[in-house]
Design a protein around this ligand. Structure first.
Ligand SMILES: [Zn+2]
Length: 493
């Protein structure tokens, strides 16, 4: 049994001014091919898939040359058409040259947005299908932030979506994809699916599955899987920062030959989401930056530290709104020791020399959502020398035990270990200001580390705002979604 494996992922913030290009996907190690691709992400989809597929003595895996995550992470806009064509046409050529294949595994995300291609993951599956022929079986894995509808499953037999946010189960979904793809090739699993679109659109900061009501929604899908053998449920929360026609929430169910079961399960989970829609769209409290910093000072004086101040809305990484407010408030001493990690500014990283003084305006300017640069003065404590192009971060001591970390790209601090790897002991700070929506709960909340967590965004509804009605959508009709309009309810596709 021969299975080709490939990967093509991006979470595209189409409201950012920069484009995601071939160059962003091309760096030492990427694209990856053969064993390097199969070993590229051992804790994610590919790792889970390869681990289980290799338990079968008769399965041969072929790693097709694939780009890894772009350097920009999710801090970049529209993937250019040229980029999509460049990588997919190479994949198709290689699939044709190295075939025949019994199956293809595609590690995907679902929120890639490409100039001129409305549904890139479905288009990729379509091209892969043409390359490997009608008899091969196709499986994909997805992120819960994927914007998907029924199109992908018209070209592929199987899809498996991460259930938790933070994304704890990507390896598990890779494992399930392997087992079910092998069964489908052998003929012991006959995939049939149902897809229901739920007209709810939510900012990602709402979608934390560690608490109700998002936890309940995931639980509903898990219970279906637990009680029905061979049933798989996908709950796409959606990614509203991608202005694409299949945005919004989607429920998929895949069953073994029993279409009625897939239909019942998908409709049930969709109806459940619809009944809980009021709670789903306002699951998190968002403060203005000024109020957030004020609440942080109160928490510090009450001893409820460390405090996490998360600017969930910064999509470029360059935003300085929280930095400015913290530097202004820090002079009063009410915040104690403050760690600001991170503000993106590649030139400032290049200019930082360990041991020397630092005095320059950092961040800002990427677009209006980033604000103006803010002057940071102090001493350079350390700089990452291992990274590409002379380091990816620098630590600036700004006095009073406080620090600012500047980074080359948008950097989400989600684990305490990321800070420790920079030589920072997170427990030494009363306030830790980060750029993250939900991912940080992995290291700061689920671990019990931070008793106070405050989510903030600027007063203006910039591109990462929870006020989605302010975004310049061209492909999403926001009025067709709750809570921005008055849709009638879920729709079976
Ligand atoms: Zn995600």
């Amino acid at each position: 049994m021969r299975i080709a494996c490939l990967m093509f992922v991006h979470e595209t913030v189409t409201f950012l001014a920069n484009r995601t290009t071939i160059e962003d996907f091309t760096y030492p190690g990427s694209p990856a091919t053969g064993e390097a691709l199969l070993n590229a992400e051992p804790r994610s989809y590919m790792g889970g898939f390869v681990q289980v597929a290799r338990e079968y003595a008769d399965v041969e895996l072929v790693g097709i040359e694939s780009p890894l995550w772009p350097r920009t992470g999710s801090g970049s806009g529209w993937v250019t058409r040229e980029t999509f064509e460049h990588f997919t046409s190479a994949m198709v050529r290689e699939l044709r040259a190295k075939g025949p294949f019994d199956g293809v595994f595609m590690a995907l995300h679902g929120a890639m947005a490409v100039d001129g291609i409305a549904r890139p993951e479905a288009e990729l599956a379509h091209r892969v299908r043409e390359a490997v022929g009608p008899k091969a079986k196709l499986a994909g894995t997805f992120d819960p932030h994927g914007n998907e509808d029924a199109q992908f499953l018209r070209h592929a037999e199987l899809g498996f979506t991460v259930k938790y946010f933070p994304h704890y189960d990507s390896h598990l979904q890779g494992q399930r994809a392997a087992r079910t793809l092998v069964r489908t090739i052998r003929g012991t699993y006959a995939p049939t699916h149902a897809v229901v679109k739920v007209p709810i659109i939510t900012p990602t900061v709402m979608q934390w599955t560690g608490a109700s009501p998002w936890m309940d929604l995931v639980q509903r899908a898990l219970v279906w899987e637990a009680r029905e053998p061979d049933l798989y449920m996908n709950v796409f929360f959606g990614f509203p920062w991608s202005d694409v026609p299949d945005a919004g929430m989607t429920i998929q169910a895949i069953a073994n030959g029993d279409h009625g079961l897939a239909h019942r399960a998908a409709v049930d989970v969709a109806d459940f989401a619809w009944r809980r829609r009021k709670e789903l769209v306002r699951a998190a409290t968002i403060h203005s930056i000024r109020d957030g910093v004020r609440h942080a000072a109160e928490a510090v004086s009450a001893g409820r530290t460390p405090v996490v101040l998360a600017d969930h809305s910064d999509r470029s990484g360059h935003a300085t709104w929280l930095l400015r407010e913290l530097l202004a408030s820090g002079h009063t001493g009410a915040l104690g020791r403050v760690l600001i990690a991170t503000v993106a500014d590649p030139e400032a990283v290049d200019a930082a020399v360990p041991g020397e003084a630092f005095d320059r305006a950092v961040g800002g300017l990427a677009d209006e959502s980033a604000g103006e640069p803010v002057r940071v003065t102090g001493r350079v404590l350390a700089r990452d020398e291992a990274g590409r192009r002379g380091g990816s971060w620098a630590r600036i001591d700004i006095g009073g035990g406080s620090e600012v970390v500047i980074s080359r790209y948008l950097t989400q601090i989600i684990e305490l270990e990321q800070l420790r790897a920079m030589g920072i002991e997170p427990g030494a700070f009363e306030v830790i200001a980060i750029k993250s929506r939900v991912h940080f709960r992995r290291g700061f909340d689920d671990s019990g580390f931070a008793p106070t967590i405050l989510l903030v965004e600027p007063d203006e509804p910039f591109l990462g705002t929870v006020r989605l009605e302010a975004l310049p959508y061209r492909h999403v009709e926001i009025g067709r979604f709750y809570p921005y309009g008055d849709p009638s309810g879920p729709e079976v596709m």
